[in-house]
Structures are given as structure tokens and as C-alpha cells.
Design a protein around this ligand. Structure first.
Ligand SMILES: CC(C)(COP(=O)(O)OP(=O)(O)OC[C@H]1O[C@@H](n2cnc3c(N)ncnc32)[C@H](O)[C@@H]1OP(=O)(O)O)[C@@H](O)C(=O)NCCC(=O)NCCS
Length: 227
């Protein structure tokens, strides 16, 4: 008899799940950010603020024993999220962890040389999420998301189930579309997004320096889906 896969998708419970989801983010973030200070800062950009400010749009994979082993987290309206990030979240950062003290913002860090500074500057510039040079992105796809699952629970259908739970929630609010920005080298995730109905944003971004639609000058892919 085939072994039954334990686990299911449920809403995130911030009180119970925050530490586990923080840990999932640290373990699944892109390889360059998986060690040292950048790894400690990364969840404060790509995990914590969503669970604090957009709880109703966050879903977890529960391993069947009450422990969260994966998540999809989403801001349903990116401009509102960026405003709240600046007004509500940045002011409390230092109280969450002293390593989050605001750095010098000028000059912008060379990520290749000082990754920790680059990540910290990113934390203090939420407006980058507006991608203001491409207004069509947020007009048509105002929500954005992050999804990560621990390795033992990948390729078992939980990613798709997380997305379906989120889409149902976003449709209830008549949100027309969702986008995400991913590292171009993450070919496994790209296969997942294409399989579940995302496509590359079909504008040529950054003046076409990358030579591809939906790919920015840093090699990141902008993926979109109508709801
Ligand atoms: C990417 C991720 C969220 C996908 O979730 P998942 O639970 O592994 O994916 P699912 O099992 O729900 O896959 C759904 C479908 O997507 C496709 N798919 C997913 N991963 C794939 C892969 N590596 N290769 C080919 N197809 C893939 C398949 O069609 C799959 O359906 P199938 O298994 O019936 O063939 C998960 O693997 C993950 O967290 N990876 C590490 C962190 C990460 O890269 N996050 C995204 C950052 S942008």
C-alpha cells in the first residue's frame, strides 16, 4: 500500500507559526542568502512583514502534527502594502532585532561585494516593490506573493494547494491578478509556476537589457497570473 502523505494546507496562525515560517524562509531563500548575516536579515524582508500585516492572505503547509513546513504569503494590494511597510513596519524593525538598524543608504551597496548591506538597504526601501517604471504590472496584477516549502514536503502537491487557497481568497476580494519576482536561475520553481498557470510579464523591462520579456537587468523573472 502506498504511504499516505501526511500534511494539509491551512490559514497561517501568526502566534503559533511565526517562528517556524521564519525558519522555512531562512532554509529556502536563494543560495547566496543562505548563510551569515544576510540569512538572518532575509526573513524580515520576505516573510515577517506579510505575516504581521497581511495575515488573511497567508497559508501554511501543516505537517499533520501542527507544525508549519511551508507557506504562501501575499500582499493583496502592493501599493497599500508598501505604504504600510514604511509607516508601520520600518519604525519597529530595530526593536525586532538590533541587526536591523538602518544602514547608510548612500551609496547603494554592490551586492556582489557586501551582500549584508545590500539586503539591509533593500529592507529600508520598500518602494522598490512598486516597480514604478512599469505601471501596467500593478494595474493588472496588484497582488504579489512568496511561496516556500521545506525540501521534505516539496513535489507532493502542496505548492499547488497553497496557491489555490490563496487564489480563492484573492478572488473573494476581486483582486484581478497576482505577480511575483523570482531569481532567473531557479529553474525548478519556474517549472512550477508555468505548470500552475503563471507566465512571464510580457513587457520588455529595463530597456530590454536582458534581451527577454519579463526579465530584468539583474536576471530576475517577473511572473504574472490573472485570477
Ligand atoms: C517551488 C515550490 C513552491 C513548488 O511547490 P511544490 O509543492 O514542490 O510543487 P507541487 O508539488 O505543488 O507541483 C505542482 C506542479 O508543478 C510542476 N512542478 C513543480 N516542481 C517541478 C519541478 N521541479 N520540475 C518540473 N515540474 C515541477 C509539476 O507539474 C507539478 O505537478 P505534478 O507533481 O503533478 O507533476 C517548492 O518546490 C519550493 O518551495 N521550492 C524551494 C523554494 C523556492 O524555490 N521557492 C520559490 C521561490 S521563487
Amino acid at each position: 500500500m502506498a504511504t499516505e502523505i501526511k500534511g494539509y494546507v491551512r490559514p497561517v496562525n501568526p502566534e503559533k507559526d511565526s517562528d517556524a515560517l521564519f525558519d522555512v524562509c531562512k532554509k529556502t531563500v536563494g543560495p547566496a542568502l543562505r548563510t551569515g548575516t544576510p540569512n538572518l536579515i532575509a526573513p524580515y524582508i520576505w516573510n515577517v512583514p506579510y505575516i504581521r500585516m497581511c495575515q488573511d492572505y497567508c497559508f501554511a503547509v501543516d505537517n499533520g502534527d501542527g507544525n508549519a513546513v511551508g507557506y504562501v504569503i501575499c500582499a493583496p494590494d502592493t501599493p497599500t502594502y508598501v505604504r504600510r511597510f514604511a509607516e508601520e513596519y520600518i519604525p519597529v524593525l530595530e526593536s525586532l532585532d538590533p541587526i536591523l538598524k538602518k544602514p547608510a543608504m548612500d551609496p547603494p551597496a554592490d551586492w556582489g561585494k557586501d551582500l549584508a548591506l545590500g539586503v539591509l538597504q533593500c529592507l529600508y526601501t520598500p518602494e522598490h516593490m512598486l516597480n514604478s517604471d512599469y505601471p501596467r504590472l500593478l494595474e493588472e496584477y496588484p497582488a504579489h506573493l512568496h511561496i516556500d516549502i521545506l525540501p521534505d514536503f516539496q513535489r507532493k502537491g502542496f505548492g499547488k494547494k497553497l496557491m489555490e487557497a490563496l487564489w480563492t481568497r484573492l478572488r473573494e476580494d476581486k483582486i484581478p491578478g497576482v505577480h511575483l519576482v523570482m531569481e532567473g536561475g531557479n529553474t525548478e520553481a519556474l517549472k512550477f509556476y508555468l505548470a500552475i498557470g503563471f507566465s512571464k510579464f510580457d513587457d520588455v523591462v529595463n530597456g530590454g537589457k536582458s534581451g527577454e520579456t519579463g526579465k530584468d537587468k539583474n536576471g530576475n523573472l517577473w511572473m504574472v497570473k490573472k485570477l
